[in-house]
Design a protein around this ligand. Structure first.
Ligand SMILES: O=C(O)CCC(=O)C(=O)O
Ligand SMILES: [Fe+2]
Length: 298
């Protein structure tokens, strides 16, 4: 079947498309290994979450649970009411996230099977001690309401690839390619976070080089999955009440970038061990690569 392609946004040399019926080989060549974003119109088609994850479902079943946002605790039922009635002037706080595996494991089957575009995945490999991921959250539900802005421009922690599947409502994403990193003013203490907080009204007196960036914005709607490759700067805002599921992926395509992040962390925290960890991860990368070639994950 030929891929059906819809143009979503284009600015200078950056073109973001939405694709349906894309083969894995096309995804691997044009996006995963080319490190190029795309919206996949039908990746999550098999998920029961697609029809199940509505504000009503969460209000009915999880109203009494609590959620922490920016160090404040909210009752999930109250949050959902706020996100449904929020406005640009009085938006519900954001992001409101639930960790599926740790806090809501019964919802895991609703976001399975993992779509093949996010495979192979090394995050859960027995050969990769979880601590090397430095606490990255790798499977989360996001709730938001109109006017809710993701609090910073960033690329995903540890150079993981992100797949954000919109299940309810519309979210606008803005992306900036890694080649423009010199104009993004990464925070020296958190190199994956830009100091330019407000991408819509950047403070160009403080951050003049930001004027050279070409942010590209587009809207992702229900049932669509945005692939944000490692190192791409991005942020998001909800245009309506929204529910999304974000999952991360690590494999041969971003292993080098991931290793650079680990190297940097190790040099800061445990410099004496940095060399050994680097060698270990190089070997693990080769071993996993060989197994993946024959379709085996360990
Ligand atoms: O959906 C969003 O608001 C953006 C989420 C995101 O970029 C992240 O969690 O890393
Ligand atoms: Fe992100």
């Amino acid at each position: 079947m030929a891929t059906r392609v819809v143009e979503l946004a284009c600015r200078n040399d950056i073109l973001v498309e939405k694709k349906y019926g894309m083969s894995y080989d096309e995804f691997a060549e044009k996006h995963l290994f080319a490190n190029y974003p795309v919206v996949i119109g039908d990746a999550g088609d098999a998920w029961t979450a697609k029809s199940k994850f509505t504000p009503e479902f969460f209000r009915k079943n999880y109203s009494d649970r609590t959620v922490e946002i920016a160090r404040k605790t909210y009752n999930l039922g109250e949050y959902i009411d706020w996100m449904l009635t929020g406005t640009e002037e009085n938006p519900a706080p954001y992001p409101c996230t639930l960790q599926i595996e740790q806090e809501y494991p019964e919802l895991l089957p609703d976001v399975l099977p993992r779509f093949n575009y996010a495979l192979p995945d090394r995050i859960n490999s027995k050969l990769l001690p979880r601590r090397f991921l430095s606490g990255a959250n790798t499977l989360e539900i996001f709730f938001g309401g109109p006017g809710a802005l993701f609090p910073y421009v960033h690329y995903d922690y540890m150079s993981l690839h992100a797949y954000i599947t919109q299940l309810y409502g519309q979210k606008e994403f803005t992306v900036i390619p890694p080649t423009q990193t010199p104009y993004v003013y990464p925070n020296p203490d958190d190199l994956w976070v830009s100091q330019v907080n407000d991408i819509y009204k950047p403070d160009l007196e403080k951050y003049p080089l930001f004027a050279k960036t070409t942010p590209v914005s587009f809207v992702v709607g229900p049932g669509e999955t945005l692939f944000i490759p490692c190192g791409w700067w991005h942020t998001a805002r909800s245009l309506t009440p929204t529910i999304s599921v974000a999952l991360d992926c690590l494999n041969a395509s971003n292993w080098k970038n991931f290793m650079q992040e680990v190297d940097r962390n190790m040099l800061q925290r445990r410099p004496k061990l940095a060399g050994a960890v680097h060698t270990y991860l190089s070997v693990v990368g080769s071993v996993l690569g060989m197994f993946e070639k024959v379709g085996v994950s360990i």
